[in-house]
Design a binder for this molecule. Sequence first.
Ligand SMILES: CC(=O)NCC[C@H](N)C(=O)O
Length: 127
Amino acid sequence: MIVKHVSDIVGTKNEVDTPTWDSRRLIVRSDGIGFSLNHTVIKPGTETQIWYKNHVEAVYCMDGEGEIEVIGGETYPIRPGTLYVLNGHEKHLLRAKSAMTMLCVFDPPLSGTEVHDADGVYPIAQD
Ligand SMILES: CC(=O)NCC[C@H](N)C(=O)O
């Protein structure tokens, strides 16, 4: 059994704070359970280009408002209760009108320290 509190993660290498989002990696690859889970805050007034070509990500919005634009596709509003799953590895733009608190699940799991590369991609974790 694994029990953690987000305060155990804040300020460690498994909190990744970028100009557009702050991600607390609650469950990581080394936990050995086959997926990872982040508590992520998307900063208000930001836009982030993302492409999880190596992962499937499920995102559940718990607070805040914004939108996701699939590049070459549709734009969907995000509000508390919205779930989206990037099961087609869609390139997208994530925009936050207000601070959005998101629960993010990744398969395969993140090692915990990943940041986006220039294309918005995370590598496949090796450690
Ligand atoms: C919702 C989203 O994709 N945010 C970008 C950060 C990422 N999900 C993470 O928490 O590592």
